[in-house]
Design a protein around this ligand. Structure first.
Ligand code: FAD
Length: 512
C-alpha cells in the first residue's frame, strides 16, 4: 500500500516537507484523514447505530457487564475516574485508538483546574504536576492595515499549559485501580441495542472480531465523529465548526515564554476558497523551549469553504513564518489538530439532542462547549461535579430514560448565547468587506479595554454575566454601528430571533 506521506507530496508540499521530519507522520496522517471524513459524513445518509433490542443477533454472547460503558477515551477518563473512584461504579472505557492519548494539549487557568482537586479527583500536587508552564499574562489582537490594532492584555486566562496525556494518564490509573473497571484500546464502536432496562454495545477490535457488552448506560464520548450524535440530531450534529491545526515545536526566533498569545490575526480574510476564511492564530509556550502554535477559522458546518484539516495544515506550514519565524534550530515535535464543534440552539434552552434511553452524550459529542474560547476541556472541568453526581443519582434511582438523562448536561445558557458571537467571526465574502471580522473584533477589544479587567477575563473564561454581555454589545454597537447591519446579514431573521431566544433563556435561567 502506498505511504500516505508519498500521496501528499505533490498536493500538499509544505505539509509533506514538515511531516517528513516526524517519525510517526503516517499515524498522524491516518488520524487527520479519519477526522476529515467528518465532512463526507455530513453529506451521506445517516447510519442507524441505535437499534431496537429485537435487532440483536440471537447468537450474541455478552463479554462483560458494566454500570457505565464509555465509547471514546479522552474527556471520558475524567468522568469515569470520578464514577469509578468516588461513586464505586463499574466502568469500561474503550477507544479505537489508545484511551488517554489526545491529539492536542490544553490551556486553562489554574483556579479552573483546581476544581479537579476540589471534587476529589486529584490532589492539588497531582494537578500542579500536569501544568507544563504558567504564563504571566496573555493578549488578544486583530489585524488593522494601519497597525492601529488594540492589544488587549489579561491575566489568569488560559495561562496554564496542561500536559493532556499526563492528566488523562493519571485519571486512567484511577479507573484501572477501581475493582472491575477497565480500559480497552483498538476497539471501535459499531452500534448499540436498546433494551427496556439496559443497552448492549457492539464493538470490534483491530482484527475485526466482534464483541458485545452490556451496560446500564452507554456514555457517548466519541467527539465530533460520534455516529450516535449524528443519528440523534438527524445528520447535522453541529451547526458550526472550527477546524484547527498546529504544532508543538521549538526553535522559533521571536517567542516570549512568559506570555500567551490567546487570539490574533495577521491579515484580512483569505478569499481563495468558497465564501472565504478569516484565519486566526494562537501561540502558547509549553514545557522547556517548546511552543504551541495553532491556526484555525470559524465556519458553518455546511459551507462552500475547504475545511479539511489536511489543506489547513498545508496553509499552516506555508504561512507559519508570517506569524512566528522558525530559526536555525527549529524542531517539530508533534502536530496537534481537531475540529472544534459548535451548536447554535434555536430556542430558549438547549435544543440539541444529547440523550436517548440508556444513552448519554458528553464532551464534544454533546457539543455544548463554547467554540469562541476553544474550551471543550474547560467545559468538562467546570461541569464535572454535577455531571458525575447527577449521573450517579440517576443510576441509584434507576432514572435512565431519555427524559431523565437529558437533564444531565453541560449546557450553560451563557455559553449558548455567547456562541452566537461566533457567527460574526464566520467570514462571508457575499456580505463582508475583507477586513470585517478584524474590524469588528478590534472594536470589541477597544470596548473590553475600557471596561474593568473582570469583563475580559469572564469573556475568555466563559463566565460572562448577561448584564456584562449587554454592556459589551451596546458599547460595540455605539462605536461600530455597522454591526447592526452585519447582524441582519449574518444571522438573518431566524438567527437574530434565535439569539434573542438564547438571551431570554439566559435571563430567566437560575444560572445567570
Ligand atoms: C487543536 C485543539 C486545541 C484545543 N485546545 C483546548 C484548550 O486549550 N482548552 C480547552 O478547554 N479545550 C481545548 N480544545 C477542545 C478540547 O480538546 C476538546 O473539547 C476535547 O478534546 C473533547 O474531548 P472528547 O473526549 O469529547 O472528544 P475527543 O477528544 O475528540 O475524543 C474522542 C475519542 O473518541 C474516539 N472515537 C471516535 N470514534 C470512535 C469509535 N467509533 N469507536 C471508538 N472510539 C472512537 C477517538 O479516537 C477519540 O479518542 C482544543 C481542541 C483542539 C482541536
Amino acid at each position: 500500500m502506498p505511504l500516505l506521506l508519498d500521496q501528499i507530496k505533490l498536493t500538499h508540499p509544505h505539509l509533506y516537507r514538515s511531516f517528513s521530519l516526524l517519525p510517526d507522520a503516517e499515524a498522524h496522517l491516518r488520524r487527520i484523514g479519519e477526522l476529515d471524513r467528518y465532512w463526507e459524513q455530513l453529506e451521506h445518509p445517516v447510519p442507524e447505530v441505535i437499534l431496537p433490542a429485537s435487532a440483536l443477533p440471537k447468537d450474541a454472547v455478552l463479554s462483560g457487564e458494566y454500570d457505565l460503558i464509555y465509547a471514546g477515551g479522552t474527556l471520558s477518563l475524567l468522568h469515569a475516574a470520578v464514577m469509578a473512584g468516588k461513586y464505586g461504579r463499574k466502568v469500561m472505557i474503550f477507544d479505537r485508538q489508545r484511551p488517554a492519548k489526545s491529539t492536542r494539549d490544553w490551556n486553562i487557568s489554574r483556579p479552573e483546574l483546581l476544581k479537579l482537586s476540589a471534587i476529589g479527583l486529584f490532589t492539588e500536587s497531582e494537578v500542579d504536576s500536569v501544568i507544563l508552564r504558567r504564563y504571566k499574562s496573555g493578549w488578544v489582537e486583530f489585524y488593522q492595515p494601519d497597525g492601529s490594532q488594540k492589544r488587549l492584555s489579561m491575566e489568569n486566562v488560559l495561562d496554564c499549559a496542561v500536559d493532556a496525556d499526563k492528566l488523562l494518564g493519571l485519571a486512567a490509573e484511577k479507573v484501572t485501580a477501581a475493582p472491575g473497571s477497565t480500559l480497552l484500546a483498538g476497539t471501535t464502536f459499531l452500534c448499540c441495542y436498546q433494551f427496556p432496562d439496559h443497552v448492549v454495545v457492539k464493538v470490534e477490535d483491530r482484527a475485526h472480531q466482534v464483541f458485545y457488552y452490556k451496560a446500564r448506560v452507554l456514555v457517548d464520548v466519541m467527539g465530533i465523529l460520534s455516529p450516535i450524535a449524528m443519528q440523534l440530531n438527524d445528520g447535522l450534529p453541529q451547526t458550526h465548526v472550527c477546524p484547527t491545526v498546529g504544532t508543538i515545536a521549538s526553535g522559533f526566533e521571536d517567542v516570549d515564554f512568559d506570555i500567551g498569545e490567546i487570539l490574533l490575526s495577521t491579515g484580512p480574510a483569505d478569499l481563495s476558497s468558497g465564501s472565504g476564511r478569516q484565519f486566526i492564530w494562537e501561540g502558547f509556550p509549553a514545557e522547556e523551549d517548546r511552543y504551541i502554535t495553532y491556526l484555525f477559522f470559524y465556519d458553518e458546518a455546511v459551507s462552500l469553504n475547504d475545511k479539511s484539516l489536511l489543506s489547513l495544515f498545508e496553509t499552516y506550514f506555508r504561512t507559519l513564518p508570517e506569524y512566528k519565524k522558525p530559526g536555525k534550530e527549529f524542531t517539530l515535535h508533534r502536530p496537534v489538530y481537531g475540529i472544534i464543534p459548535a451548536y447554535s440552539h434555536d430556542g430558549f434552552n438547549r435544543t440539541r439532542e444529547i440523550a436517548a434511553d440508556h444513552i448519554i452524550l458528553f464532551g464534544d459529542a454533546a457539543s455544548l462547549g463554547s467554540p469562541l474560547t476553544f474550551c471543550g476541556f474547560g467545559s468538562m472541568v467546570r461541569n464535572l461535579e454535577h455531571l458525575t453526581a447527577d449521573l450517579d443519582r440517576a443510576l441509584g434511582e434507576n432514572n435512565l430514560l431519555k427524559k431523565h438523562l437529558e437533564k444531565i448536561s453541560a449546557y450553560e445558557p451563557n455559553v449558548a448565547s455567547m456562541a452566537n458571537l461566533m457567527k460574526y467571526m464566520c467570514f462571508n465574502s457575499a456580505t463582508d468587506e475583507p477586513n470585517f471580522v478584524n474590524d469588528l473584533m478590534n472594536e470589541v477589544m477597544v470596548v473590553l479595554d475600557e471596561l474593568p479587567e473582570r469583563y475580559r477575563q469572564a469573556m475568555f473564561r466563559d463566565e460572562l454575566k448577561i448584564e456584562e454581555l449587554m454592556m459589551v454589545m451596546l458599547r460595540v454597537a455605539w462605536r461600530y454601528p455597522k454591526v447592526l447591519t452585519a447582524t441582519w446579514e449574518k444571522l438573518g431573521v431566524q438567527g437574530s430571533f434565535g439569539f434573542l431566544k438564547n438571551l431570554a433563556g439566559w435571563a430567566f435561567s437560575p444560572v445567570r
